[in-house]
Every structure is written in C-alpha cells, then in structure tokens.
Design a protein around this ligand. Structure first.
Ligand code: SF4
Length: 374
C-alpha cells in the first residue's frame, strides 16, 4: 500500500524474531503443513492427524497427540513448535467477559477478549501488537504502533482461549471478530492465512473483520474468493468530524470509502456492518442521525451504535450520551428503514470493552488532545 498513513511506513511492522529455532507450524494450511513436515512424517495422513489434533481437539503439544507413535511425537517436538502465545494475565469481568493478556515470543504483548453470549462465544482477536492509526477514542491507538502479528500469533489467540474454556476445544459455538488491537487490513496477508486455518473451526459467516476504512484493503478483501463479514468504523457523518477523531480519514476520506463499499460484493442477505460510536455532544444529535442516513443512502448495511467507552487516557470529552439520546438516535435511523442496534457494553469493568485494549508495559506515545477541541 503506497499511501498508507505515515506511521505504518516506518518499518515498525515486521516478523517476530524467534529465540526458539524450531519451525512454527501453527497457522499453516493443511497443504503447507504436509510440505513443512516433509520427511519427518512417514505418511501424508499424519499431517491430517496433527491438523485435527490442533484445530479440532485443541491439542497444542505433540506429546498430547496419542494417535501418533512415541518416536514420531518426539521427533516432531524436536523440529517443530506449536507456538500458542503465553497467557501473561487474565481478567474475568462481572458479566462473564474475560480479557486475556498474551506475551509473544519477542516479548510483545497483545490482548484478546472472550465474550459469552446466549449459548455462543465471541472471541475478539488482535491483528497487531499496537496500532499506528491513532483514533482518538481508542486506547490501543493511544499506546502507539506495534508490529504485525504472524498467522501463528493470530490463530494462537483463539487456541489459547479455547484451551481455557471448558473441555479444551471449547463447549460453545464461536464467533470471531477482528476488533482487538490493530487494524486487520494493514496485516492482510497474515489475516488471510489465519482465516484459511480458523475456518476449520468457524464458518466464514461467523467471522467479522472490522476496519477503520483502509480503502485498498477493502478492495483487496473484495477480491478474495471467500470473505468474512465486513464491519466498517464510520463514527462521524462528515469528513470534518471524522478527520478529528480518525486521522486515517485524511488518507481515505468518506467519498472514497463509500465508493469501495458500494462495489463490495455481498452474498445474498448479507450486509456490511457500519459501526458508529456515539460521543456526547460530538456526533449524537438528531441531525447527525439524519446526515448519517443520507450518507449511507441505499448501501446494504446494518448500523451498530456504540456509546463510547470512557477511559482515563482518552480525556474528558470521550463520554457516552445519555441512554435516551442513544435510543433517539437509533430510532431516527430505524425510521429511515435502517436496521440499527445498540451494542451493550461488555467487560468495561476490566477494560475489555471496545477501544480499551492496550499493551501494558509500553511507553504511550501520548495523545493529541489538541485535536479534540470541538
Ligand atoms: S480503533 Fe482500531 S485502527 Fe483505530 S487506533 Fe484503535 S486499533 Fe487502531
């Protein structure tokens, strides 16, 4: 991408250095796994057994794979690793949400969130160890850029949480949302590789990738043969206000973003999710709901309204509107025939709610409070 925001062109994003010299097999497709295991396995179906053990049974240690002979298990363990990230901390919330802090092989930390909801679990997964895009409502952005995660590190978050859930491979069906730390469309290659593996566990229709509107990334996603659901963070009905809270809008303004969404191929009965953060006295007026409806026009969308989650580092302007104002905003959109929902806050008592994920231990780069002078 040639015109990505500057902070993402600075080489901060690279492969994770590894002290462990064994080859990583987590995140490899079946075909790649056969190729990588090579002569270590006597017959190709061994790769299928390993694949099933990892992704269906949640086994992340060769020693647990008792369908393989002892010699083979030892030989695999010497040459290959299944690099599930180490759990550094875990914060259960009063509402059942659990926030995980994972430490990666190079010491970088990332967070992921497990959100139980009416017989399903939604796992909110990170795609980068930080984020350079500096959205004003996001704690990850406040802490600054981090490197891209590898496919193994993305897949590993899911497996690590799955192992924690009852029964090892998890008791309930999953939804996966790429709404954790980082902008997934700035790590498209690893995202694609990890989705090819994760769809062994979860169907494409149960996976949502959320972007702040990286237009070339959306166009690339549109070209994939199979696609996850797409969610787009809009958060303001015009460029002037979007510029204030989302610097990425200066690179990909609303007209370009909406043009990409108009061309985005959708399967029957699918819609793009528009995420709209409601910030008191900034973008929550009845006239803003009307402006949003005009902006979206006939796009096949559903609108998810999210009262902003305050956080001490975000400053005093990032406060949610009162409930009646949120409801009135949603109602106006519904009167314009949009499906509009309000996202309940989950896990905010442990800073696991939207926009609250961070990488503790890093120096924050600070925040552009001057920009927030509406
Ligand atoms: S909202 Fe997403 S893109 Fe924006 S700073 Fe946070 S992680 Fe980055």
């Amino acid at each position: 991408m040639t015109d990505a925001p500057a902070a993402h062109q600075e080489g901060a994003l690279g492969e994770s250095p590894r002290e462990d010299e064994r080859s990583e097999i987590l995140g490899l497709t079946r075909a790649k796994l056969v190729e990588t295991l090579g002569e270590t396995i006597d017959r190709p179906f061994r790769a299928d057994q390993i694949y099933e053990a990892i992704y269906r049974q949640g086994k992340t240690d060769f020693e647990e794979m008792t369908t393989l002979g002892k010699d083979l298990r030892e030989s695999l363990g010497r040459k290959f690793r299944i690099g599930v990230p180490a759990e550094a901390d875990r914060h259960p919330s009063a509402d059942g949400t659990v926030k995980y802090l994972f430490r990666l092989a190079d010491g970088a930390t990332i967070e992921a969130v497990d959100i139980p909801d009416r017989g399903r679990r939604t796992l909110c997964i990170s795609s980068q160890a930080g984020c350079a895009l500096a959205c004003a409502f996001c704690v990850t952005g406040y802490w600054g850029a981090g490197r891209n995660l590898t496919p193994a590190e993305i897949v590993g978050q899911v497996l690590a949480i799955r192992r924690r859930q009852e029964g090892g491979s998890g008791p309930e069906p999953l939804n996966l949302v790429f709404m954790g730390m980082g902008e997934p469309l700035q790590n498209l290659e690893a995202l694609h590789a990890s989705l090819r593996v994760l769809t062994e566990l979860v169907s494409w229709r149960r996976i949502t990738v959320s972007t702040v509107g990286i237009v070339p990334g959306i166009r690339k996603l549109a070209s994939w043969e199979k696609r996850p659901n797409l969610a787009v963070s809009l958060h303001a009905p015009d460029d002037a206000r979007r510029d204030l809270i989302m610097p990425v809008n200066r690179t990909y303004p609303l007209a370009d973003l909406l043009a990409a969404l108009e061309e985005y191929p959708l399967e029957r009965r699918r819609r793009i999710t528009i995420e709209y953060l409601l910030i008191r006295d900034f973008n929550d007026a009845p006239s803003d709901a009307e402006a949003l409806a005009r902006l979206l026009g006939d796009l096949p969308v559903k609108i998810n309204l999210i009262p902003v989650n305050p956080d001490p580092v975000l400053g005093e302007r990032m406060v949610p509107p009162p409930d009646d104002r949120v409801d009135a905003f949603a109602e106006r959109l519904r009167r314009r025939s949009y499906v509009a929902t309000v996202r309940r806050r989950r896990g905010d008592d442990v800073s696991a709610a939207c926009g609250q994920l961070r990488a503790p231990g890093r120096e924050p780069r600070g925040f552009r409070q001057g920009a927030l002078s509406w």
